[in-house]
Design a protein around this ligand. Structure first.
Ligand code: PLP
Length: 429
């Protein structure tokens, strides 16, 4: 495939932006090649500046569960353009999105819209600290909750890919109150609570981890989190920035039947426009300003464009049969890829929860960050390159999810499986 235009654009981009990108993993560093510059998208397809076509399994890192340029989202955005793009004042649309979120998520009685997942987690934790009057928080190794200082500790995603689980510039004080525990390990959590239980404001967790590859919660893990936090008077925060409206209409909390105190959202609720949200029990959310004393604000929060795109997305997702269809497509891809790997004589650890998938290039079952790190990232890079050459666009890192959307057709999934067959055969050694 020709890549000249992308190459040329990358040279220009690097003159003006650090690493030529506005978010690190986009630079393709982990797979040892230059990134593609995307010109447009349609359904499950994206097209680069050289005119190459790809089946897209990144979906803008999760938001595009309906694919690119879904007609109902485009129509909602057009309508919004007629009324204005931002007022910094309350709008009717915000009530509609807030109501839709409250009705969908069992743990959410009130919600505040923000502009990104990072803002959502940062604000939820400020609220949790204010509500409990405690300072310490617990996060899990390999879970990513955005790039706020105190959460950028042993984070997954780009941080894992680049081998910098934390970052210079994070002051030791900011990290001092963050306790990191291995994912899926209740014993470790218990012993932390035994020592610090009365100081811990909250436990924040990705209910299905999606930033160290995909790692499902083992049986009893989420229930254990609920019990332990309740016992010690700490809040349980579900970071459903990825899983919200993806694993079911009511998110992971509906799927696993857990009632968290606070929930963080992003991605899908903005339909591809910048958005985030945090919400939870009324008696906690009422502490947020101006109702309560916990300050949090945003010039563009509740932005009509993002809210319109989000509402249109939720409207489509709420229709009967949507999640069954997403599950059918995801299972088709999973089964096809698993069989292709077997045929090539490869034993891989292949995790899937709904439309979140990850092929780990390791024979070790992946249940946490340590086991995720047993994956052979060089082998992943070779697999990625082969898939890209065959027109399949995967996330350029072993530690990211493959996202299936409702726009993927059975033919496109079949084509992906065929490509994987060739890619697995090519990387066998
Ligand atoms: N939480 C999770 C689980 C995420 O996956 C991400 C981003 O990928 C975030 C928080 C941060 O969201 P944003 O990139 O919108 O700031």
């Amino acid at each position: 495939m020709p890549y000249e235009k992308s190459r040329e654009l990358f040279i220009q981009a690097r003159q003006y932006m650090p690493g030529g990108v506005n978010s690190p993993v986009r630079a393709f560093k982990a797979v040892g090649r230059d990134p593609l510059f995307i010109a447009r998208g349609e359904g499950a397809l994206i097209f680069d500046e050289d005119g190459n076509e790809y089946i897209d399994y990144v979906g803008s890192w999760g938001p595009l569960i309906l694919g690119h340029r879904h007609p109902e989202i485009i129509a909602a955005l057009r309508t919004c353009l007629e009324i204005g793009t931002s007022f910094g004042a309350p709008t009717r649309l915000e009530i509609e999105l807030a109501r839709a979120i409250v009705e969908a998520l069992p743990g959410v009685e009130m919600v505040r819209l923000v502009n990104s997942g990072t803002e959502a987690t940062m604000s939820a934790l400020r609220l949790a600290r204010a509500y409990t009057g405690r300072n310490k928080i617990v996060k899990f190794e390999g879970c990513y909750h955005g790039h706020a200082d105190f959460l950028l500790i042993k984070a997954g995603s780009g941080a894992t890919t680049l081998g910098v689980p934390s970052s210079p510039g994070v002051p030791p004080n900011a990290a001092a109150d963050t306790i990191v525990v291995p994912y899926n390990n209740l014993n470790a959590l218990e012993s932390i609570f035994t020592r610090h239980g009365h100081e811990i404001a909250a436990v924040i967790v990705e209910p299905v981890a999606g930033n160290m590859g995909v790692v499902p919660p083992v049986k009893g893990f989420l229930e254990g989190l609920r019990e332990i936090t309740q016992h010690y008077g700490a809040l349980l925060i579900f970071d459903e920035v990825i899983t919200g409206f993806r694993l079911s209409y009511g998110g992971a909390q509906e799927l696993y039947k857990i009632d968290p105190d606070l929930t963080c959202l992003g991605k899908i609720i903005g339909g591809g426009l910048p958005v985030g949200a945090y919400g939870g029990k009324k008696h906690i959310m009422e502490k947020v300003a101006p109702e309560g004393p916990v300050y949090q604000a945003g010039t563009l929060s509740g932005n009509p464009l993002a809210v319109s795109a989000g509402l249109a997305t939720l409207k489509v997702l709420k229709r009967p049969g949507t999640y069954e269809e997403l599950e059918r497509k995801s299972a088709l891809l999973y089964q096809g890829m698993a069989e292709a790997a077997r045929e090539a004589g490869l034993t891989l650890s292949f995790n899937r929860v709904g439309s979140m998938l990850c092929i780990f290039f390791t024979e070790t079952p992946v249940v946490d960050y340590t086991t995720a790190c047993t994956a052979d990232t060089r082998r992943f890079a070779a697999f990625f390159q082969s898939m890209l050459e065959q027109g399949i666009y995967l996330a350029p890192s072993q530690f990211e999810a493959v996202f299936v959307s409702l726009a993927h057709t059975d033919e496109q999934i079949q084509k992906t499986v065929e490509a994987a067959r060739k890619a697995f055969a090519a990387i066998k050694y």
